[in-house]
Design a protein around this ligand. Sequence first.
Ligand code: HEM
Length: 162
Amino acid sequence: MSIWYFVSVFLHIVLAAFWIGGMLFLPLVILPEIKQHPDRIALLYKTGMKFRFYGWIALVGLLSTGLLNMYLRGMPFTWAFFSQSDYGVLVSWKLLIFIGILLVSGTHDLLFGKKGLEELQVSDNKNFNLLARWSGRVNLLLALVMAFLGVVLSRGGNFGGF
Ligand code: HEM
């Protein structure tokens, strides 16, 4: 295997770490610290926007390096491969779950743009809070499933039983 395969997998893992780490950092580190802060919403908005920017870059990078991993490992891009081989079927699942991540992230970003947070400041809408929390949790869970499938893929794509 060429050095570029290792570089691609390396970048893929770093991007995955950034994406998952960022999703944990907000609820575990930032939110509890700024709970009583008078500028809570502004801080949330600023940190959220920064993560949103890098988060989308990470997602684009994950898709690109993911496909590159496959290519550099010499896997074929054929329908038969994606639907019949262990490796191909797992990549198909990753692509499907990736679409789910894009949908949840897109909805989250649409709802919690500047307008959404301003509304939250005025009305302290409980449904909004709930939706923000749950979309974050679902996305974290999906990302962890992606990481697990990735670990299996890197080792051949066959569970081989428990
Ligand atoms: C949130 C998104 C994603 C996360 C968190 C993620 C995470 C990971 C992780 C942790 C690995 C394991 C690397 C190793 O053990 O060596 C991996 C491998 C892999 N991922 Fe992803 N991944 C994501 C998205 C994608 C996407 C969109 C694709 C699209 C094709 C993809 C394709 C692959 C492939 C093909 C491998 C195996 C590389 C090999 O054969 O060595 N991943 N992924």
